[in-house]
Design a binder for this molecule. Sequence first.
Ligand code: SAM
Ligand code: SF4
Length: 336
Amino acid sequence: MTNYPITKLVDSWNREIDYLRIAVTDRCNLRCFYCMPAEGIDYLPKKELLTFEEIIRLATIFASLGIKKIRLTGGEPFLRKDFISLLKNLKEIPGIEAVHITTNGVLTQPYLEEMKTIGVNGVNLSLDSLNRENFHKITRRDEFKTVMKTLDGLTARGFNTKINMVVMHGKNTHEVIDMAHLARDRKISVRFIEEMPFNGSDMSASQKNWSHVRILEELKEAFPSLKKLDSHPSNPATLYQVEGHSGNLGIIPAFSRTFCGACNRIRLTATGTIKNCLYDEGVLDIKGLLRNNKSDDDLREILISTVQKREKDGFAAERNRRVDKNISESMSSIGG
Ligand code: SAM
Ligand code: SF4
């Protein structure tokens, strides 16, 4: 491989992009109601998904543009056949310092040893309830016990583990404090995420009643010793520590979008589209370019100019880069 001098991806607001999120599939084995309709979505024909060779080629190009961290997500990434081999190959790309995974934890547990050997840098586990019946209601699948085994396996092996809980008015808000207690004896981060208006659903109740402000109030009331921690400006989570707890807590204002000013990420969807922002509709069909035999140099140039067109924040992206204002797409093809 040619060794290119690193040209950085910088947008016109002077934000440097060093973090790439890749949705490796749009398929999922859960049906979380805020993400997918009960009947599922029309999955892409397999040939529309990027092949592993295409993902690795793009990741290598991105690394030559200053990307240092990759997160693999989906859909459920472990549904992709031989996902472990992709992890291994990505870890070997010069310049890629960290490879993380976001998973629902249903198929993950059998791969933990291999993940440890490969050196996966972190795992985000989605968990919206600690009650088996409520978990079933939210995800429409009875997989609570399997996911908890994955959590135990992750902590036993000392993985850098974060729990993602989407806070949904009337659905799991009574469990926020129980969830926070997961970080009492475990060295993990439990993060509470504002519900976002994907999957075309009406989420106004959550947005009105359960913004990041309300989540923080709830935590402060239960944990008077709660203290704000310093965190990197590009971290979308504001972190907090409860005195005496091994782990910490985080709040992600995913709908309020207060973190956009320091955003360092770009997304590659399962359809092979580049998104400059979670809230835009997709700004570049990179799969089309790859399959039309564009050279690495051409792709590099196109990516540099695409990033320069990034909007200032998620509200501008939603306003200016989206024809369909009702966000009907499923998060499972975007990757969260
Ligand atoms: N299937 C994997 C999982 O659930 O962890 C990875 C893909 S999932 C789309 C990535 C993240 O997006 C999950 O943590 C999920 O909770 C979050 N997500 C999906 N839809 C969302 C929504 N409408 N609002 C907030 N978060 C959402
Ligand atoms: Fe699947 Fe993740 Fe979407 Fe739930 S949030 S339906 S686990 S992709």
